[in-house]
Design a protein. Structure first.
Length: 150
């Protein structure tokens, strides 16, 4: 594990704001010349601090504006059951995020679809059919107030 300094944190912060920034502009913003900035970026990537670069897209323009959160309770929480669920949930493209939760239920899924009818189909035919699903509960998003990258 590499110890990060102020400049490393600045590089990460700037790349989170604008991943397509040129190395020259990034170097200028963090107070380095181009070559040392490239070396630091490469080191941050090699040590897993930067795991990739991605484009943020407007899901509403793509017709995927319906967001729901599904609480999922499993009938079995043994290691094998959790592994089976984890593997299977990754295959559902409408599930944007999946988090194991410490609380009254086991998983929280962020599901993005075109509309409520599509969500009901995903819930009924895909999520409910996942291994060991005992119960689900849905919370529909009325307004997206804050989201990463927005």
């Amino acid at each position: 594990m590499v110890e990060l300094d102020r400049i490393d944190h600045s590089i990460i912060r700037e790349l989170q704001r604008q991943a397509r920034i040129t190395v020259t502009e990034l170097a200028s913003r963090v107070g380095l010349s181009k070559t040392p900035c490239q070396v630091r970026m490469r080191r941050l990537e090699e040590h897993g601090y930067i795991t990739g670069y991605t484009a943020l897209v407007n899901q509403t323009k793509l017709g995927q504006s319906h967001i729901a959160f599904a609480q999922v309770t499993l009938s079995d929480t043994s290691s094998g059951a959790l592994a089976a669920f984890n593997s299977a949930v990754k295959q559902i493209s409408a599930v944007e995020q999946c988090h194991m939760i410490a609380g009254n239920f086991d998983y929280l899924l962020k599901v993005r679809t075109r509309n409520m009818a599509d969500y009901r189909q995903v819930l009924g035919e895909q999520i409910s059919a996942l291994p060991h699903v005992l119960q689900t509960s849905t919370f529909v998003v009325m307004e997206n107030v804050k989201d990463a990258g927005i």
